[in-house]
Design a protein around this ligand. Structure first.
Ligand code: BG6
Length: 488
């Protein structure tokens, strides 16, 4: 049997996102963020944004999964007293960071991926100087991590915008947001660059979230690909600047790359699969190689894109600001066949696989497949920055959870990862599991869809003591890390 032991410098850790984890939404001078107006939901009841029309009428469109044209431009976000907004408290990392970092260090983490909240640094996105209290908070976090030799992996933008930028410019459709982003990134480099080597310019950039009155909605066609272009340019500019200011820095962007298989070997299904997978490769190829791929025009036509607004210097900007490594999230695999819609995440189930309680097909070998696929294509190191299993945990009277299902999921995925590294020789910088401490689900806004090694006493409406208690998987992961994978 091939050893599962990993290279000595392998990075082991966990990943979180500010609006799902941090809370403190009106503390330390933080401005409002697109996600602050999203209500809770569930598997069967989608999350909503709460918006008001100029005539006072309330509208509550479904959150991130809607298309741009569904929400009138004049709608303004509003907080309603009878609604619960999970991002406001999240699980309060803002006041629990010392305890949480100690718990993560207790498992042996040498890296922790977190996202900086843009509106904590620039409350509207348009100030000239960063908010000192926001800088202080992340300095405190990074310094606390340093006590345990844990290095940061910072996500500059995790699917979010200061609300002001979303409203004033219709988010990423405008080139104004490129400048706001680069100013924000520069503030992070200047303040945290002495202690941070690894950066991610965007989370799941291929999902292209960040528009108009809701600030997190998806867009289609022209808007979507214009926004993506502006994000490519913003990322490339930040990378070039980051390399100048921090010569040892390494930059990635993060892609939702859950695997996609053709549903059958029928040639039409195979070709549809090639095109469907390009819905994601488009983003990886452009940023990983520094230029648009040959199939871009066909893809634009398919999506009704007429002409993208590009500045003459963008070609050079993309070339210079290429990624150093390719980061991705992997949760599941899907299938597609001729006639299916185009999508980035989702798709039909696979009859050979079991599903999680939230209907996500579990496919460890798909992770090894995906790692090989990305490296074959781009030839740059990869970094798995999200992988994990959302499950309903039943805690006992002491808040202890026996989560063998999570251990099984992680063991199988980590074994597949080790095989890609040791047998296929795919260079992989590290693995940050989503999410080491229980936090709020992005898609449903629930608390009961838990991922963590550590249980947080909080329910779907934010009630609970917020007490943290390690689960059975905590000890298991500690042993995996202590043996650098050999115990898998
Ligand atoms: C990824 C996101 O898509 O998946 C995370 O980057 C998210 O923010 C994670 O939490 C898991 O999804 P969910 O909906 O189960 O929270």
């Amino acid at each position: 049997m091939t050893t599962k032991q990993l290279p000595a410098d392998f990075l082991w850790g966990g990943a979180t996102a500010d609006f799902q984890y941090e809370g403190g939404f009106n503390e330390g001078g933080r401005g409002v963020l697109s996600h602050d107006y999203e209500t809770d939901g569930s598997k069967n009841a989608p999350r909503h944004h709460t918006l008001r029309m100029p005539d006072g009428q309330l509208i509550t469109p479904k959150s991130s999964f809607i298309l741009a044209e569904d929400v009138p431009e004049e709608a303004q976000p509003v907080f309603l007293d009878n609604q619960y907004y999970p991002s406001h408290q999240a699980v309060d990392f803002y006041h629990h960071y010392k305890e949480d970092i100690k718990l993560m260090a207790g498992m042996g983490f040498n890296v922790f991926r977190f996202s900086v909240c843009w509106s904590r640094i620039f409350p509207t996105g348009e100030e000239n100087e960063p908010n000192a209290a926001g800088i202080q908070f992340y300095n405190d976090v990074i310094n606390e991590m340093a006590k345990y030799d844990m290095e940061p992996l910072i996500t500059i933008c995790h699917d979010e915008l200061p609300m002001h930028l979303a409203l004033k410019y219709n988010g990423w459709t405008s080139r104004h947001v490129i400048d706001a982003y680069v100013k924000y990134a520069k503030a992070l480099f200047e303040n945290f660059g002495d202690r941070c080597r690894y950066w991610l310019t965007f989370n799941e950039i291929n999902a292209v979230r960040g528009f108009g009155p809701t600030g997190v909605r998806k867009a289609s066609g022209q808007d979507r690909y214009q926004a993506a272009h502006n994000m490519f340019v913003a990322s490339a500019k930040a990378i070039t600047l980051g390399h100048q200011l921090m010569p040892k820095s390494q930059f990635g962007a993060m892609y939702a790359m859950s695997e996609l298989y053709p549903a059958t070997c029928k040639p039409e299904d195979m070709f549809h699969h090639l095109q469907a997978r390009r819905e994601n490769w488009y983003f990886v190829d452009t940023m990983g190689r520094g230029y648009y791929p040959n199939y871009a025009e066909e893809l634009w036509q398919r999506h009704g894109v007429e002409k993208l607004e590009m500045a003459p210097e963008d070609v050079d900007t993309l070339k210079r600001g290429q990624l150093d490594y390719i980061a991705f999230s992997y949760y599941r695999s899907n299938t597609t066949k001729s006639g299916d819609d185009w999508f980035n995440v989702g798709g039909s189930a696979n009859p050979y696989l079991e599903n999680t309680p939230w209907g996500w097909p579990v496919d460890p070998l798909g992770l090894r497949y995906c790692m090989n696929e990305i490296y074959d294509r781009i030839q740059k190191p990869i970094f798995i920055v999200e992988n994990g299993m959302g499950a309903v945990d039943e805690a006992d009277a002491n808040d202890y959870v026996e989560d063998d299902y999570r251990i099984n999921y992680l063991r199988d995925h980590l074994s597949a990862m080790a095989d890609a590294i040791n047998i296929d020789h795919v260079p992989c910088l590290g693995y940050t599991m989503w999410a080491p401490i229980d936090l709020v689900s992005l898609s449903t806004g629930e608390m009961k869809k838990r991922y963590g090694f550590v249980y947080v006493d909080m329910d779907d409406k934010g009630h609970g003591t917020l007490k943290r208690t390690p689960k059975k998987s905590y000890q298991w992961m500690k042993n995996v890390i202590a043996t650098n994978g050999a115990a898998l």
